[in-house]
Design a protein around this ligand. Structure first.
Ligand SMILES: *Cc1c(COP(=O)(O)O)cnc(C)c1O
Length: 365
């Protein structure tokens, strides 16, 4: 057994310190970046911070490794667990950038509040994230489409099977290199008319682990029918379009771009709000309003529906080529001059430092 005895102490702001225990040998050379399976290869290090005795302790950056977990760890029983998703991008000169990371820690804390998880200090998160990505910069591959997906998450680690908020938690940040999320050339989705993802008053607006577990079964059924994903509708009536599994949705109808307003059943996507801004920058009229399934079908039938696309960190912007509803399929197709692709280019150009950043979204690492 090799013991790694190297240990550094890093000084953060506010006299806070962080420990760094670096790996002995990087795994970088063993990774086939041409054939990455999304989310199954992890970088050398991870950020870890424990919560106990009513406060977050000293964070550490340590080699990526399995955790030691008590079988009674609360998250395993009651799902008190939340996560985030963001990416680090590399430009032609080799500089590394994050995209609006402040939005992710704000949302993590919003999710934390809903799941009765203690708030994590914003500044500590951003500094820790910065140090981690700085250390892992060789894992960020250059070239548009390549990035390092960053997964912060918090879970209840307290060994206790009492059904109440835990008193111990762990926050971790792990990183996985990605090329592109979906390889499908044509994406078809099913509009939900039976199952629901999120209910009014529920946890839909939080990135809560259980929200995703609940989608797997209905999504599997939809996949068996030949769709890749589900478009969720409101739980009460199934008449209003909400969002997809990990994407917000946009509908280009006539000359208007329509997206549902965020609510307690819709996740407030960073990509969504960026896409809204970029569309407005291009002079496109964006309507943030509820859209009914009936209106969508009417638009598909009278051919005013020009495009549907999803937005999310993993996919950036994903054109949707058709949808199914109550056994009937509707084709849209995507024109080569699709707005979805224009907005995707606008967004990735900012993310990869290929253009100016008028809204100050890029953060250099
Ligand atoms: C993460 C997520 C999104 C997209 O959010 P981004 O910040 O754009 O990545 C949309 N919907 C759901 C349900 C999500 O979990």
């Amino acid at each position: 057994m090799i013991f790694n005895v190297q240990l550094f102490v890093i000084l953060l702001s506010n006299h806070q310190t962080m420990k760094l225990r670096p790996i002995e040998k990087s795994k970088l050379g063993t990774v086939d970046f041409e054939n990455l399976d999304f989310g199954s290869t992890f970088s050398d290090h991870m950020f870890v911070c424990d919560y106990a005795n009513d406060s977050w302790g000293e964070p550490e950056i340590v080699p990526y490794a399995p955790l030691q977990l008590d079988p009674s760890a609360s998250a395993l029983h009651y799902g008190q667990a939340i996560f985030e998703g963001m990416k680090a991008y590399k430009d032609d000169k080799g500089d590394v950038f994050l995209f609006r990371p402040d939005q992710n820690i704000k949302r993590l804390n919003k999710s934390a509040e809903r799941l009765a998880i203690p708030q994590f200090p914003e500044k500590l998160f951003l500094e820790g994230l910065h140090k981690l990505i700085d250390l892992e910069r060789d894992w960020v591959q250059p070239g548009t489409g390549n990035s390092l997906y960053v997964r912060p998450f918090v879970f209840a680690s307290e060994p206790c099977v009492q059904a109440s908020p835990a008193k111990q938690y762990q926050l971790l940040i792990i990183c996985t290199p990605v090329s592109s999320y979906y390889n499908h050339s044509e994406v078809r989705v099913k509009i939900a008319d039976q199952f629901s993802r999120a209910a009014q008053g529920g946890t839909g607006y939080a990135k809560a682990a259980g929200n995703y577990a609940g989608q797997f079964y209905p999504t599997k059924l939809a996949m068996d029918e030949g769709y890749q994903q589900i478009i969720w509708t409101d739980a009460a009536t199934h008449q209003y379009i909400e969002e997809a599994g990990t994407m917000n949705l946009f509908f280009y109808i006539g000359d208007k771009l329509i997206t549902a307003p965020t609510s307690d059943s819709i996740l407030d996507g960073v990509t969504r709000k960026s896409v809204i801004q970029l569309a407005k920058d291009r002079g496109i009229e964006v309507e943030t309003r509820q859209l009914t399934v009936a209106e969508l079908i009417e638009a598909a039938e009278n051919k005013t529906l020009r495009e549907i696309f999803g937005s999310g960190t993993a996919v950036v912007v994903l054109p949707i080529h058709g949808f199914g509803y109550k056994g009937k399929d509707y084709d849209i197709g995507t024109p080569t001059d699709a707005l979805a692709l224009t907005l995707k280019t606008d967004l990735t150009s900012i993310q990869y430092n290929l253009t100016d950043d008028p809204h100050g979204w890029r953060v250099k690492v």
